[in-house]
Design a protein around this ligand. Sequence first.
Ligand code: GLA
Length: 391
Amino acid sequence: MPSIIDNVITFHREHFPHSTDYALFASPGRINIIGEHIDYNGGTVLPAAIDKHIYICVSRNNDGIFRFVSANHKEIGEVSLKNLYTPQTQSHAANTWWVYPYGACVVSTIEFDYGLDFSFYSTLPVGAGMSSSASITVGTLYALYSLYNKKIKNADLALQAQKVEWDFAGVHCGIMDQMAIINGKKDQAIMLNTQSMDFSYIPVDTSAVRFVLVNSGVKHSLRESGYNDRRRECERAILMLNKAGFAIQNLCDCSIDDLIQIQNILPQTEYKRAYHVISENHRVHQFAREIQQYNLSKAGELLYKSHQSLSVNYEVSIPLIDEMVEWASDIDGVYGSRLMGGGFGGCTISMVALYAVEHFAVTIAQKFKKKENRTPEIYECSIEDGTHRIE
Ligand code: GLA
């Protein structure tokens, strides 16, 4: 049976039969264990790269055209080198899947002197909250710098990928996804301070626990969801707190103890958002401590608390996801469960004892089927290296 790599290369050759040489890269998706909606609030988050990838095959061409083809999308993107930077091309790309690799070419600091043929082949589900857009963007940037033999720091590459989300896709996301995807390391979660961009690795004992995602099947699109609204609400809260004398730049500059005072300053909605952000940041540090001491039950409890806060205070959950978390909490061997990613759909992430993974998957699928009359996609994720070159 051909491997995925064989398939990717065959796909590339079929589309670009004249290409003589190619380079092949793999860019992972990410899970976020805990620390949701705080990467744009200066908080600390705990994501990890996973074993679902977007494969990127790229070769040079002599006709000065950038071509983007994907095994997962029918539409083909084509832009001439001469039009690469025009506003017309940018608005043409804006609502297509290839806006991300196209945007990556534009924001990179590479001076192109020839065209490139790109093909993409994904084992990473789109719209499920595993950051397929960050994966393809980081992967394309990595491929470009590697092809041109140009050195770039991981953090700078992550910032360029974030710029693509902001300027080309209109999503004012944080930096977690890009940093997790580029810095991923096997069996290590990344404890990332999103203010300083410093991070350290926290080992995850995969012989004891697994992280299992269940896809609600409700497509979440950050662009259309309330993601940008939440961001604005947090910005409003900061301004109000500044006016009241809090010399902060980010909500995560506040401590849990500040919340008592903050309650008297902020209107209800802004207070709820601030409450989530500040308490979630606190939970990330608690979680890291518990997991390093093998207190899996205590660590798991924090995941439930995170969900509760995302649902009630941050209001980014949906009833189906709340129910999925509830079902998970009734299953033996589940330490914790919560909504993962931007919200308004997407996946839940559950921390499950190794021995209970199969039972968890079967039970949750049954409950889901009964409620929704369809079978959910379930992904048991292993923690893997970040974006890298294969050949
Ligand atoms: C999306 C964004 C991230 C982060 C999460 C919520 O995945 O891309 O930057 O804000 O939502 O934690």
